[in-house]
Design a protein around this ligand. Structure first.
Ligand code: GLU
Length: 472
């Protein structure tokens, strides 16, 4: 992966904001207020190594916009973490939440480490220390700022965060809501781990369901038979690939930082994931072809290319060679602004990150709501609904003289579980946001879905300020 420090994701995000604003009537002062990061916290803390030496680590938490509180966004552990990146990712969270209508401002955090180089004990120490640094400055709390997993972190780190927060705040009744993406045993929610990948799947499914747009790309409607290349088989890449292939798409290439795998006949996602987990590489996998330079797969012919790793992956260097018809940005910021222009000129459709990977924060929102109400979804009404539907079916059978099959009864009577409700809320959010964004794109006569997404987001954020009378 070739993320460089001198590249500024924050500047790139702001270029799109300016472009979107040029299609709107927005007060320049208000635009400036929206674009800047409200609070930036950069700190260092020491880690004692096993041999008695110390490593000083660098941490960040950036709160981009306080137009809605709490602010929300993941924490990443990566050796590429730098201020411009965290600011850009925090800004993306603001626009992402606004686009999918989730009531949060945007934030992001990070620690500049390569987590692969640390033991689990060290990672726990780092996470707990990072959390106490946030607590000291009131940069975390269920009403203030609610982190979540991101690149290099998972539910394990979130469990350490909530445990540390509770230890310092025993009197905060909603303390569990200080972080999302927690394990189920720590008051997480069903479906959060899969949520971003599930959202990517739903987003792409919606995009390829629009006949007019597919005709323009020379593609058939639907996912069946679509050839897909994915970069990154981490949490987001894996679940995206899994749901897309279950829906009939064919994953023909997977790029990883240490080599890729290529198979025109389609890669079995479950098998390759097991192999990768065991061997830490695709090298030696029995089927398909191992490709030393994984990133060379990005420029192979396919219908849909899904970068699901880091930002700054499709740049001026490789944009001209991209042969995909659709790019689905599962990662945050994988296509630079310059590359975006080249791709649009080539007639490629880009489903933007701020929309496509919003499934994660959407289900985080449900988890936070569950934590605030301290009851799991479906717990109160499930049995009540089951009885009601049972009565209804009996009534219909009596009135018509017909009877339902056992299978029909099972489907209709079954009350909604937490997972059912999470999936329903996620699908509703992703489907509504896609068609809204695509509608604005057509209405404004613009090519780019990203610009349309930013227009929707900016309109929503601007209203929060103008309704308060802060700006005209
Ligand atoms: N890290 C994820 C993102 O970039 C999820 C953030 C969250 O759930 O707060 O959208």
């Amino acid at each position: 992966m070739n993320a460089k420090v001198e590249y500024s994701l924050f500047d790139d995000v702001n270029k799109v904001v300016d472009d979107a604003a040029s299609h709107m009537d927005i007060h320049p002062g208000l635009l400036e207020q929206i674009k800047l990061c409200n609070s930036i916290y950069k700190f260092s803390f020491p880690l004692k190594n096993g041999d008695g030496t110390y490593t000083v680590l660098l941490g960040y938490r950036v709160q981009h916009s306080h137009h809605k509180l709490p602010v929300k966004g993941g924490i990443r552990y990566s050796s590429f973490v730098n201020e411009e990146e965290v600011k850009g990712l925090a800004a993306l969270m603001t626009y992402k939440c606004a686009l999918v209508n989730i009531p949060y401002g945007g934030a992001k955090g990070g620690v500049r480490i390569d987590p692969k180089k640390y033991t689990v004990d060290q990672l726990e120490k780092i996470t707990r220390r990072y959390t106490s640094e946030l607590i000291k400055k009131k940069f975390i709390g269920p009403a203030i700022d609610v982190p979540a997993p991101d690149y290099g972190t998972s539910s394990r780190e979130m469990a350490w965060i909530v445990d540390t927060f509770e230890a310092f705040n025993p009197d905060v009744i909603n303390a569990k809501g200080c972080v999302t993406g927690k394990p189920l045993s720590q008051h997480g929610i069903e479906g959060r781990t899969e949520a971003t990948g599930m959202g990517v799947f739903i987003g792409i499914r919606e995009a390829v369901s629009v006949k007019e747009d597919m005709n323009a790309l020379g593609l058939k409607v639907g996912l069946k038979g679509k050839k897909i290349i994915i970069q990154g088989l981490g949490n987001v890449g894996y679940y995206s690939a899994k749901y897309l292939s279950e829906a009939g798409a064919r994953i023909i290439g997977i790029a990883e930082y240490n080599g890729g795998i290529w198979d025109e006949n389609g890669i079995d996602i479950e098998r390759i994931k097991v192999y990768q987990t065991e061997n830490k590489t695709f090298k030696g996998y029995a089927k398909g072809q191992f490709i030393e330079d994984g990133n060379s797969l990005l420029t192979k012919p396919c219908d849909i290319l899904i970068p699901a790793a880091l930002e700054n992956q499709i740049t001026v260097q490789n944009a001209h060679d991209i042969k995909a018809k659709i790019i689905g940005e599962a990662a945050n910021g994988p296509v630079t602004q310059e590359a975006n222009t080249i791709l649009l000129e080539k007639g490629i459709m880009i489903i933007p990150d701020m929309y496509l990977n919003a499934g994660g924060v959407t289900v985080s929102y449900f988890e936070w709501l569950k934590n605030l109400s301290r009851v799991s979804f479906g717990k109160l009404e499930k049995r009540y609904d089951m009885k009601k539907y049972e009565e209804l079916l009996l009534g219909i059978e009596k009135a018509t003289g017909d009877s339902f099959s056992e299978e029909q009864k099972r489907i209709i009577i079954k009350g909604a579980s937490e997972r059912d409700l999470v999936n329903s809320g996620l699908e509703e959010t992703m489907v509504t946001a896609y068609h809204h964004m695509n509608g604005v794109r057509k209405e404004k006569g613009i090519k780019d879905l990203r610009t349309a997404g930013f227009i929707v987001a900016l309109e929503r954020i601007a209203i929060s300020y103008t309704d308060l009378g802060i700006f005209p």
